[in-house]
Design a protein around this ligand. Structure first.
Ligand SMILES: *Cc1c(COP(=O)(O)O)cnc(C)c1O
Length: 722
């Protein structure tokens, strides 16, 4: 399993696609064989543009999108590139006499909206139209209907493209397409061609393709994809050759079998995961935009230098020259745009009063460290309940999603829905109780429900709504779950109507300790769980995914395996208590810092008191700083009266008096220059000082888990790194 997943395959294939598109526009094989060239540029290379649409759809379209902002920023970006490209090609258009066409304005508008002002630029307006159509269809009616509508559009497109010869013979169709072609030159456009690929891309992202799910490691599926691709490509090949031979094609962008072909190809591409290659993305786009310019330049130079024979008439040499020069020019543009891009906004917004700073680099680091110690074949389920332990469900889960984490656990159905609205794809397991009247939301948002008892499973099954579930087994914690002894009941659940059992799990209750007693009880719990598993096996029931471990279990009992480990606190880089010693000690780094500001510094004379109840009286003339954070932000009131401290200027200063709801006081008499607006660190590091979450939690008589998750309400989350 790769440790740091990103869609490297997609990034590389963008580059391959760019070269395929150059091939379409230069016909590299013409000087060898006309049929060969048809096969290469009109069949093989036809996967390039749909691939680009699918990639955009993969990252853009989601049935769970919260508002339209993602679509608008996609459109804004594409319009910007389009305008830039139009401007870039004005000289060539001038040279071609483009601006002299009559009537100019209607043609020009048509080109801007559909066909592009130069032949290849149609792709950009098509992305905008196709993306928007797919977006609204998926969001308003779900994938099934979106596929139905865009599929019909595609079919209509086919009969104006590769199958036009048939339409020509049928008067109704002929009239229809005559009308269509008055508006756009081809049906290969943002209305007929692009939407279905956008929908397909979005579907593959939402259904978790490429996350080890459908493109997983087991051999059967491993062969299934190449086979599927091979078959659908062969069919497309046959289709194209037939249509070509029968002379039915008006244009040759669209084939029926292009759809399955793209599905399988994209699955295969997604399974290549590794580093994120942002520059390759820019490079491929730059090559795409610039290559017609390079074609013109190569022709010009060949003419001037009398190299036509080599650089033009030899189609292969011509193609390679264009590829090479386009890459060089593209690389220059990439470097330039890298430098021109405004550097990431400094965290500034939200830091004026009190805030949580979440370090995504540390989160990524912890993910890597945890994956190193996970048993073979095990997948990480990120536990992001309670605002990801106070770290911000949005900031955390969306970033983990980008890093390839595809399995999440939330505590409540509302938390699950919130994740979907943020666009989190993959499986989301609800660990706790969901009221029966909310079952339809489980289905709507594709959430997986924990079956907390046999009775609950029965009621759920009667609602007539199919739900994905994991059975929870109580092996000794006596909280949720079906008692492990009641194996018959567990078996029955597998045959309940509407209940799809995807997993079965238990929770260890003393894996945080390693005393002989803890070890014995942990072993007992594990044995009890496997007793149920074995009983299921004996009855011939197909085992669902099994999981036992959470953070401490993994750190103390790494030999206990499963299909998942449910990791919460360790992912956030801390232990529950500073006193805990675990068997494995991976290099975990705290993700969260809690910071605030000095609101004012006031002198307090010897004998004067500070705060409610006058619990603090100055023993000397002092300087007291008021910090704008209190228990209303989740900072424990138990840290009042010197039990807690704060870092200012890298120095630890004591909290004095009682902590209020919105502020607290610290004694800064010995802390040098302290002024309004200075940063105060309540959890985290500053200079050589460190106040770790476990230490602060210990002082408050609690554990990091509670301390952190209580801060998930009023405080803004400011992201660092990532
Ligand atoms: C919260 C929770 C976890 C995560 O526990 P950590 O100790 O934070 O890793 C795992 N499983 C269940 C059932 C939980 O409720």
């Amino acid at each position: 399993m790769s440790k740091n997943k990103s869609y490297t395959g997609v990034d590389y294939f963008r580059l391959i696609s760019a070269y395929l598109i150059i091939a379409i526009h230069t016909s590299p094989l013409t000087s060898v064989s006309a049929t060969g060239d048809f096969i290469f540029t009109r069949i093989v290379a036809r996967i390039a543009v749909p691939f680009f649409f699918m990639t955009s759809g993969f990252f853009l379209i989601s049935r769970y999108s919260r508002d339209n902002s993602r679509l608008f920023s996609f459109i804004k970006k594409t319009v910007f590139i389009y305008l830039l490209a139009i401007a870039l090609y004005v000289p060539i258009n001038l040279y071609n006499g483009y601006f002299k066409t009559e009537p100019f304005l209607p043609e020009f508008i048509k080109d801007i909206v559909f066909d592009g002002t130069l032949y290849h630029l149609w792709y950009l307006p098509a992305s905008i139209t196709g993306g928007a159509i797919a977006w609204f269809l998926v969001k308003s009616s779900g994938y099934k209907k979106a596929f139905a509508v865009t599929g019909l559009l595609y079919a209509a497109g086919l009969f104006g493209d590769s199958y036009y010869g048939i339409s020509e013979m049928i008067p109704v169709l002929k009239n229809f397409y005559t009308l269509v072609f008055q508006v756009c030159d081809h049906t290969r456009s943002g209305i007929f061609f692009a939407p279905v690929f956008f929908v397909l891309g979005g579907y593959m992202s939402d259904s978790g393709c490429g996350a080890g799910g459908k493109t997983g490691h087991d051999g059967k599926k491993g062969l299934f994809l190449p086979l599927g691709f091979g078959i659908s490509f062969s069919l497309m090949f046959g289709e194209a050759m037939t249509l070509h031979t029968l002379n039915l094609q008006r244009h040759d962008s669209m084939y029926l079998f292009l759809l399955p072909c793209m599905y399988f190809l994209f699955c295969i591409i997604l399974s290549f995961q590794g580093k994120r290659l942002t520059r390759v993305r820019t490079l491929s786009l730059a090559i795409y935009v610039i290559h017609p310019m390079v074609i013109v330049a190569v022709r010009l130079f060949a003419k001037v230098l009398h190299l036509q024979e080599l650089l033009i008439e030899n189609s292969m040499a011509h193609y390679l020259t264009v590829c090479l020069l386009s890459t060089v020019a593209g690389a220059m543009i990439t470097i330039f745009s890298d430098n021109a891009r405004p550097k990431k906004k400094k965290p500034g917004a939200g830091t004026d009063r009190a805030y949580l700073e979440v370090d995504l680099n540390n989160l990524e680091h912890n993910l890597r460290e945890i994956r190193k110690i996970m048993p073979e074949g095990c997948r990480l389920m990120a536990v992001v309940k309670a605002q990801a332990y106070g770290h911000g469900a949005y900031e955390t889960a969306v970033h983990l999603n980008k890093l390839g984490v595809r399995d999440y656990a939330a505590a409540t159905v509302d938390e699950g829905i919130e994740l979907r609205k943020y666009g989190v794809a993959g499986e989301i397991l609800i660990l706790g109780y969901t009221a029966i009247n909310r079952i339809s939301e489980l289905k709507k948002y594709d959430l997986t429900q924990t079956l907390i008892s046999y009775e609950y499973a029965g009621i759920l099954s009667k609602q007539g709504i199919p739900v994905k579930t994991h059975i929870k087994i109580d092996t000794g914690m006596h909280r949720l779950g079906i008692p492990w002894e009641e194996t018959e009941k567990v078996k029955k659940i597998f045959s309940m109507k509407n209940i799809r059992v995807c997993g079965m799990f238990t929770h260890l209750c003393c894996a945080d300790g390693r005393t002989p007693k803890d070890e014995a009880f942990t072993k007992e719990q594990t044995d009890n769980f496997y007793h149920v598993v074995n009983e299921l096996k004996k009855s011939g029931i197909m085992l669902p995914k099994l999981h036992i471990q959470s953070s401490y279990g993994l750190l103390n009992y790494p030999e206990i395996s499963g299909d998942y480990v449910r990791i919460g606190i360790a992912l956030y880089g801390v232990l529950s208590s500073a006193k805990d010693e675990t068997l494995l000690q991976p290099d975990l780094r705290p993700v969260l810092s809690l910071k605030s500001r000095v609101a004012l510094v006031r002198p307090v004379k010897k004998g004067e008191s500070v705060g409610y109840g006058r619990t603090f009286t100055a023993k000397r003339d002092s300087r007291i700083a008021i910090i704008s954070i209190g228990y209303g932000d989740g900072y424990p009131r138990a840290l009042s009266g010197g039990r807690g401290s704060v870092l200012i200027n890298g120095r630890e200063v004591p909290i004095v008096g009682r902590i209020c709801m919105d502020q607290l006081a610290v004694d800064v008499t010995d802390a040098g220059d302290v002024a309004r607006g200075d940063e105060a660190v309540l959890i985290g590091m500053e200079g050589c000082g460190e106040l770790s979450a476990p230490r602060v939690a210990d002082s408050a008589g609690s554990i990091s888990n509670e301390l952190l998750c209580r801060m998930g309400t009023r405080l803004p989350v400011v992201v660092k790194g990532g």
